[in-house]
Design a protein around this ligand. Sequence first.
Ligand code: NAP
Length: 434
Amino acid sequence: MSVPVTARPPLRVAVLGCGVVGTEVVRLLTTQADDLAARVGARLELVGIAVRDTATARDAVVDVALLTTDAEKLVEQADVVVELMGGIEPARSLLLRAIAGGASVVTANKALLAQDGPTLYAAADEAGVDLYFEAAVAGAIPIVRPVRESLAGDTVERVLGIVNGTTNYVLDKMASEGLDLDQAVKEAQALGYAEADPTADVEGFDAAAKAAILASLAFHTRVSLDDVDRQGITGISADDVLWASRTGYVIKLLAIAERGVGGVQVRVHPALVPEAHPLAGVRGAYNAVFVEAEAAGQLMFYGRGAGGQPTASAVLGDVVSVARHRVLGGRGPVESRYAELPVLPADQARTRYQIRLDVVDRPGVLAQVAAVLAGHDVSIETVRQSPLGDSAVSAHLVITTHAAPDHAQRATIEAIERLDVVERVVSVLRVEGS
Ligand code: NAP
C-alpha cells in the first residue's frame, strides 16, 4: 500500500533567484502545489527565495516574506536547491554548499555547467545527491534527458542544434524581411528577445556553452567551453542571406558536436542549411536539436528555447525528478565520461563550404579557380556564375564544395584569394545538414 502524501514530511525547496525564470518557477511551485505533491509523493514546501535586493517590486505570486539576501543560510535549510541566478559566482559556491549539505540541486545555468560542470558533478557524486540541468540547454525542450538517459544505450554520431533563440530570430528576420543584421538585432531587442548587450548571443558564447554541455553528454567525454570552436553571426550580411535563399539554403547559427576520426569535434558557427532539412524550418525565436544516433537514426526536438514559463517547465520537471528520488530513494544519472575522447581542433572536421567570389569575367577564369580547388583535393559540387550587376567585366561565382578536411578548405580559399583573376572573396560559409 502506498503511503499518503500527507503522511510524508514535506521536502524543503529553496529557489535562488527570482527573475525571469525564478518568478515562473515560484508560480508553478505555488499554483501547482497539490499536483506536484501527488506526482512527487510529498509536498514541496518553498522555504525561501534568494535575491540581490528584497526591496525590488515582485510579481504578486511571490510571497515577499520568503525573500532573503542570505542565500548561504537558505541553501543550508533545503532538501532541494534550485539555482536561477545565473553567472559563475556566487552560483557555483552556493551550489557546492547546498550539495555539501546534502541537498539535491537543479540549475538552468549553462555558463556555469560549461565552465565548471565537472566540479559540480564530483561534489554531487561525493554527497550522493542529484545534479539536474534540463533547462540549461534549449529552455523548455527536453534534450538533456533524452541524450543523457533515453539514448544511453545507443551511439550518438552527431548533434546539430539551433540552441539560441535570439540569433535564430535575427537570421529569420533578415531572411523574411531583408533586414540587415543591426536592424534585426534592434527589433529583437525591442521585443525582449535580445539583451541590451547582445554579445553573448550574437557572438555565439551562449550557443557554445550549450554545445559543450550537449557534447559532454552525447559522447561521454568532458567538453568545456574552451574546447568549442566558436564564431557568431556578426559577419552575416543581408547579401549572404539573399544568396543563401537563391541557392536553396537558409542561414542558421548551429551548435555542432560530432564524432570525427579519433575524437569529437564541437563547434558553433553560422551555416547554410538546405531548405529541405528539418532545421531550416525552425523560425523566429524557436530552438531545435537534431540528433543522429547509430540505432535510433535521426531524431528532432523542437520548441521554445527561452522565456520564463517555458524554462520554468523544464526546471520543474527536474525538481519533480530529484524530489521523487528523495522520497523513493535512488539517484538520477551521474557524470558519464568514461569514453574520454580527445576533442579535435576545428580544422580536422570534414566540412563543406559555399564560397562566393567576384572574378574577372573572361574565358578560363573558372578553370583557374577549379584548378586551385583540385590542387587542394577539394572537389566542386556545384558552380553558379552570374554577371555582377551592370558590370561587363566582372562576374559573381558561387561555388559549393563536397566535404573535405576543414584545413584543406581554408587553404583553398586563401589560394583562391591570391589569384589575379579573383577581385575579392565575398563570403565563405560552411554548409551543414546534408
Ligand atoms: P534574471 O532575470 O536576471 O534573474 C536573476 C535573479 O537572480 C534575480 O532575481 C536576481 O536578484 C538574482 N540574483 C542575481 N545575482 C544574485 C546574487 N548574487 N545573490 C542573490 N540573488 C541574485 O535571470 P533569468 O533570465 O531568470 O536567468 C536565470 C538563469 O536561467 C540563468 O542561468 C540563465 O542562463 C538561465 N536561463 C534563462 C532563460 C531565460 O529565458 N531567461 C532560459 C534558459 C536558461 P534581483 O531580482 O534582486 O536582482
